[in-house]
Design a protein around this ligand. Structure first.
Ligand code: IPE
Ligand code: IPE
Ligand code: MG
Length: 256
């Protein structure tokens, strides 16, 4: 159904898939706690859930996904947990890169990677190189990522260009900044999902989420699966995205 058609009783789930899905995978620790297990048990189960959801996105033809794996603030966690998470990322990369490459996934890592170990960083670059020509799914994994960091590094890049005389200050606009953000060239997320019950953005893609539909669920991340993904997609398909306009302008009754 096009925007110009009148409202109908037909479910619209056939019509609208997000072009870009952004996910805060939260609740691993609580999932483990409820089972009387250490937090790393939850993180391992969380990695499995991430694998399922990536496959779900491939199966449904969603072209782009960004997963929040480790925030700039997560460095404040106990050193043993941080170490364990870094170890888990390394193992997951070693285990999954080949399969992802064969499935047509293009892997990219976004974030400030200066604090990562050389071994992990090297693996990440290698996975990016190996999958660079894949077009089936763009999978961005945010590691050491913060939305504020992203905006600051983009602003620094622009400031350097101005200082070098490569561009006048007046030429800076939202496009110029967006082109220097980590996800430059990819559409902004249409749908954001956060599991784990918190209703916050936690310094994720704060610039790119300006007009994203926000979906929150109390489900803990390790319990998230294809059925839950479909639930979120169905909810998304029934949103009316107005981008500042009126319902009437979207071809529907204003009072509806
Ligand atoms: C999300 O789960 C994973 C990371 C932030 C790395 P949490 O570890 O935040 O789980 P909770 O919120 O403590 O349950
Ligand atoms: C957000 O989860 C970051 C990731 C999922 C990687 P947190 O559990 O760190 O978020 P806060 O600190 O509770 O907001
Ligand atoms: Mg959490």
């Amino acid at each position: 159904m096009t925007a110009a058609e009148p409202d109908s009783d037909k479910p619209r789930s056939d019509a609208k898939l997000p072009r870009h899905l952004a996910v805060i995978m939260d609740g691993n620790g609580r999932w483990a706690y409820r089972r009387n297990r250490p937090r790393h048990h939850g993180h391992r189960a969380g990695a499995e859930a991430a694998r399922r959801v990536v496959q779900g996105c491939i199966d449904r033809g969603i072209p782009s996904v960004t997963l929040f794996a480790f925030s700039s603030e997560n460095w404040r966690r106990p050193p043993a947990e941080v170490r364990m998470l870094m170890e888990l990322f390394l193992r997951a990369l070693e285990r999954e890169t080949g399969r992802l490459a064969d499935s047509g996934v293009r892997l990219r890592f976004i974030g400030d990677h200066r604090r990562l170990s050389g071994a992990l960083h090297e693996r990440m670059l290698e996975a990016e190189r190996r999958t660079a020509d894949n077009r089936c799914l763009a999978l961005n994994v945010a590691v050491g990522y913060g939305g504020r960091w992203d905006i600051v590094q983009a602003a620094q890049a622009l400031a350097r260009e101005v200082a070098e005389g490569a561009r006048p200050p007046d030429s800076l606009d939202d496009n110029a900044l967006a082109e220097r953000l980590s996800l430059a060239g990819q559409p902004d997320p249409d749908l954001f999902i956060r599991t784990g019950g918190e209703r916050r953005i936690s310094n994720f893609l704060i610039w790119q989420l300006a007009y994203t539909e926000l979906y929150f669920t109390d489900l803990l991340w390790p319990d998230f699966d294809a059925v839950e993904l479909d639930r979120a997609l169905e909810w998304f398909a029934n949103r009316e995205r107005r981008f500042g306009m009126t319902t009437g302008q979207m071809g529907r009754n204003d009072g509806a």
